[in-house]
Design a protein around this ligand. Sequence first.
Ligand code: T46
Length: 145
Amino acid sequence: MNSPPSTLNIRNCRIIELPRIVDSRDGIISVAEARRHIPFDIRRVYYIYGLNYFHSIRGLHAHRKLEQALFCINGSVRLDLDDGWRQASIKLDRPNVGIYLGIELWHKMGDFAHNCILLVLTSDYYDESDYIRTYEEFLTLVHSR
Ligand code: T46
């Protein structure tokens, strides 16, 4: 597993690199602006933290319409992606480098560092009916396109 490469050979996703603003003071500012760095209008922000076990697994679903941008702003996490044809694993461990996760991408998060904070920007409000929760349904949907 590697830190994010510059491109991904997976449908509906790509690396997002946010600017790092450094000046003569200590500290760095990274900024994510809707429709500039993030390819959608941001309707919801959530973050996942308080992970006690490296082997915890989250995700294991795809979204029908929701677009998301994931940034590991502290620690590290492994993101496994599957577009129905190809798979890739990416380690997110830089606060200014994230992933645009478009529609119909099966994803799973694992290898959480105990100090991991995964920040997620999304294109819409939470809606359980947007989730595809079984891999079989996901494959049927993407292969029917
Ligand atoms: C995703 C990955 C990257 C809400 O009520 N509102 C929310 O905005 C969210 C995100 C979750 N929830 C509730 C729904 C479930 O009862 O929190 C519970 C856990 O959600 P879920 O099983 O979807 O959590 P993860 O970590 O598997 O997935 C999350 C996002 O929900 C999901 O959209 O793509 O992170």
